[in-house]
Design a protein around this ligand. Structure first.
Ligand SMILES: Nc1ncnc2c1ncn2[C@@H]1O[C@H](COP(=O)(O)OP(=O)(O)OP(=O)(O)O)[C@@H](O)[C@H]1O
Ligand SMILES: [Mg+2]
Length: 221
């Protein structure tokens, strides 16, 4: 379960302060499928960074399965994140000097749990097998996005955050990817938080939140 209390985020740009998130409260139960929508620049990716422990809130707490993530030191947080959380970043964030296959294996390798069968099977489903040994810089945007998704799914973590995970894919690939996410989430009872501009995708989740003017509100689904 993810519990967010009194969360605010202010960025300092020179001397100018901009508050992106204001006193946000949110509870996401284990196994929930959550969509987050909102205009460009409204703070969706910022919220994801804070929920996943990559960025710190200006105020407030993020508590994941009873652990206030601010109470962890850097090493504990890295271990916690590796086990609990996978993220498909909006800009993919692949490691440029690793091949597609190595990138997808990375979270498992960090835990000493290399699983070639798992990654190979994901690459097959994602139609990436022929790109296995290529560096990210040689891949198209959609291929890089699929590698980022394979990495998130290979990890086997309980919580998956996905920031516009179908934004670079054509309709057929987008549908394949979303179906794969939903099947994995269903099968392994994962918690799934997806940021999307696509209401057709949002409506397939259990709950839809909209961020606007720094606040979260539930939209009728
Ligand atoms: N590190 C930072 N320093 C200063 N401002 C930032 C920083 N990160 C984000 N912002 C600002 O916070 C606002 C929200 O950014 P964010 O990336 O969360 O938006 P978003 O809702 O994900 O938008 P999009 O739909 O375009 O991806 C933007 O105005 C952005 O410029
Ligand atoms: Mg964003």
């Amino acid at each position: 379960m993810i519990v967010v209390q009194n969360l605010s985020k202010t960025f300092l740009d020179g001397t100018e302060k901009t508050t992106i998130l204001k006193d946000v409260h949110l509870t996401i139960n284990s196994g929930d499928r959550v969509a987050i929508i909102g205009p460009s620049g409204s703070g969706k990716s910022t919220l994801l960074s804070i929920l996943s422990g990559l960025d710190k809130p200006t105020e407030g707490q993020v508590i994941i399965d009873g652990v206030d993530i601010a109470s962890l030191d850097e090493k504990e947080l890295a271990t916690f994140r590796n086990r609990k959380i996978s993220i498909v970043f909006q800009a993919f964030e692949l490691v440029q000097f690793f091949t597609a296959y190595e990138n997808a294996m990375l979270p498992l390798a960090i835990r000493g749990e290399i699983d070639a069968t798992k990654v190979n099977s994901l690459f097959e489903t994602m139609q990436l097998s022929h790109r296995k040994d290529m560096l990210p810089s040689k891949l198209s945007g959609g291929e890089q996005q699929r590698v980022a998704i394979a990495r998130a799914l290979a990890s086997g973590s309980e919580i998956i955050f996905a920031d516009e995970p179908t934004g670079n894919l054509d309709a057929a690939n987008g549908k394949r990817v979303l179906d794969l996410f939903l099947a994995t989430v269903e099968e392994h009872k994962k918690t799934f938080i997806i940021i999307t501009h696509d209401m057709n995708i949002a409506r397939q989740m259990d709950i839809i939140y909209e961020i606007r003017d720094g606040a979260l509100r539930v939209l009728p689904n």
